[in-house]
Design a binder for this molecule. Structure first.
Ligand SMILES: Cc1cc2nc3c(=O)[nH]c(=O)nc-3n(C[C@H](O)[C@H](O)[C@H](O)COP(=O)(O)OP(=O)(O)OC[C@H]3O[C@@H](n4cnc5c(N)ncnc54)[C@H](O)[C@@H]3O)c2cc1C
Length: 346
């Protein structure tokens, strides 16, 4: 059967060549190219082929990005949100959220779920993809792990990543997303801010023991510090710069207040902005409060990535909404004076 097919194919090929030769006798008969020269079928480049369009691309489905997207949808602006991980952002790992009006103290995971549900109900489209680079100065091209998006405006809401501990040599934890890591273990938390004490409280019910080590005085809310004390969490303050090493599979933390050992070490020692590649450096983009507009028209940076020490849900969502409002006004201004522009966002 296979042979018959092969013969048939050969006849067809010869026939085609014959016809070609008859129409153009001067054309030399086509010979198959030597093996080495034969073209291989092109493989699609990893992230170059698919180009999609949206009025606005929001990068990051944390509180800032979702708030921006909900407001954009309400304004009738076509929006897509790109999320590399789980929608909801870092609030999902908070022990208890008590300062977001109307929520009356909810576990962070519930707050994240509410935010995502709200966005979905508003018709926000969330696509699982990691943005690698934002190119252009409007329209923008967002290069992602799953193709490219072209848009007139981009809202970057990628939050901040934990500052890493230098030279620890071990498996240091930086968040409490997976509580099982801490179950039945002695845990040391390094850090003095709200997040360090909030994380200690979240780990406490599953861990054997928890100690927070602060370089100086705690900078966390006294409310959180006293809750930790009541929950039986030890605190060492004014410990100076800790020296961390692994000894026999356990972390050893040397401080000027003594040496402490634990099976798990969680570092909560600050955050750094985590933008994808941008057309200019953060300094040159100079994002401005409250709407995160930058020196590049149409490019907005919002939320924890740019809010410095004001890393709060309400600031992140407020910036997202402010950016969406600014984009809406800008798009409408164009319409009123008849500047439709060209392309799919017209
Ligand atoms: C332990 C803890 C407790 C907290 N408790 C409180 C509290 O009680 N009250 C309060 O007001 N605030 C609290 N916060 C702060 C609050 O969580 C942040 O202010 C808020 O989540 C910031 O929102 P964001 O959208 O700017 O960033 P994030 O929440 O960090 O969201 C950014 C999103 O972008 C995604 N992303 C990043 N890079 C890319 C990329 N290249 N492509 C696609 N997606 C990307 C991330 O996966 C993430 O989902 C707490 C924070 C922590 C860590």
């Amino acid at each position: 059967m296979g042979q018959m097919k092969a013969q048939g194919a050969g006849r067809k090929a010869r026939g085609a060549r014959g016809r070609e030769g008859a129409e153009n006798p001067s054309h030399p008969p086509l010979r198959p190219a030597p093996r080495a020269m034969r073209l291989r079928p092109l493989r699609p480049a990893p992230c170059a082929v698919r180009l999609r369009h949206s009025d606005v691309v929001v990068i990051g489905a944390g509180p800032a990005g979702l708030a921006a997207a909900v407001q954009l949808e309400r304004q009738g602006i076509r929006t897509v949100v790109l999320e590399k991980d789980r929608p909801g952002g870092q609030i999902a790992t908070a022990n208890l959220v008590e300062n977001y009006l109307g929520l009356f103290g909810l576990p962070g995971a519930d707050v994240a779920r509410l935010f995502v549900r709200h966005a979905m109900n508003a018709g926000v489209r969330i696509v699982r993809a990691e943005a690698r680079r934002v190119a252009g100065r409007g329209p923008f091209t967002v290069h992602t792990t799953k193709g490219m998006w072209r848009s007139r405006a981009v809202v970057v809401a990628t939050g901040a990543v934990p500052r890493k501990l230098g030279g620890d040599g071990g498996d240091v934890q930086y968040d409490t997303a997976d509580l099982e890591v801490f179950r039945g273990k002695d845990v040391i938390v390094l850090g003095s801010g709200d997040a360090a004490f909030d994380r200690a409280l979240r780990i406490r019910p599953v861990a054997t023991s928890v100690r927070v080590i602060c370089r100086g005085a705690p900078s966390a809310l006294p409310l959180l510090v006293s809750r930790c004390i009541r929950a039986g969490i030890a605190a060492t303050v004014g410990a100076g710069e800790p020296a961390v090493k692994l000894v026999g599979g356990r972390f050893e933390v040397r401080t000027r207040k003594g040496t402490f050992r634990a099976e798990r070490l969680l570092a909560s020692i600050g955050k750094l902005p985590a933008p994808p590649g941008l057309p200019l450096s953060l300094e040159r983009l100079a994002p401005a409060l409250p709407d995160g507009r930058t020196t590049v028209t149409g490019l907005y940076l919002v939320g924890d990535m740019v809010s410095g020490r004001g890393r709060y849900l309400s600031i992140a969502t407020g910036m997202g909404i402010a950016a969406a409002r600014a984009i809406g006004e800008w798009f409408n201004r164009g319409k009123r004076v008849g500047v439709g522009g060209s392309g799919p966002w017209r």
